[in-house]
Design a protein around this ligand. Structure first.
Ligand code: HEC
Length: 152
């Protein structure tokens, strides 16, 4: 690193830390944000084993989305399509799992999400990158919508 740049970096870093130390904790901008954002999402009241299972399913969903993006980037649309159908689509097992939840709105959103993943799988098969990204975006909007509405 060149000397002036190094000096600037040190100034910036020490400046930032000095600022953080000066502020009483509850006056820190981040803490203030945390105070105003209360978690008002609907709770599903899940029991511990169900919680763990749900989170591990979710991590698999995230993995699937990442694999789909990776395959799109490499032009491997057929592989991406298979992941969408098999890992995110409305397979009989997925349907069974979704239907175990007591909250009807959650079930509805979950099923709509898996259906959109099957549509994504169909679009991916066409090999059209723009349409595929739009379909992926539509599916991911379900992730966002559900996370904004429900918690465990
Ligand atoms: C129908 C509802 C629903 C949909 C759709 C949904 N999720 Fe979730 N997800 C949840 C809930 C509920 C939690 C737990 C959140 C909480 O309690 O704060 C969660 C948690 C997660 C977590 C945290 C996992 C952990 O180990 O802490 C990840 C990652 C995640 N979801 C990814 C995704 C992705 C990616 C998608 C879409 C491809 C998705 N989810 C779609 C309901 C959903």
């Amino acid at each position: 690193m060149k000397k002036p740049l190094l000096t600037l970096t040190i100034l910036l870093l020490t400046g930032t830390f000095a600022y953080a130390e000066d502020q009483p904790l509850h006056h820190h901008p981040l803490m203030q944000d945390m105070e105003v954002t209360k978690d008002s999402r609907t709770t599903l009241n899940l029991r511990a084993p169900v919680r763990e299972h749900q989170l591990s399913m979710m991590r698999e969903h995230l993995q699937a989305v990442n694999d789909i993006i990776s395959d799109i980037a490499r032009g491997k649309f057929e592989d991406a399509s298979q992941i969408a159908h098999q890992k995110l689509g409305l397979t009989p097992e997925m349907k069974k799992m979704c239907n175990r939840y007591h909250n009807a709105d959650f079930r509805k959103l979950g099923l709509a999400f898996h259906q959109s993943a099957d549509e994504l799988g169909d679009v991916l098969k066409t090999g059209d990158i723009n349409k595929s990204l739009k379909a992926l975006n539509a599916t991911m909007n379900y992730c966002l919508q559900c996370h904004a509405t429900f918690r465990q």
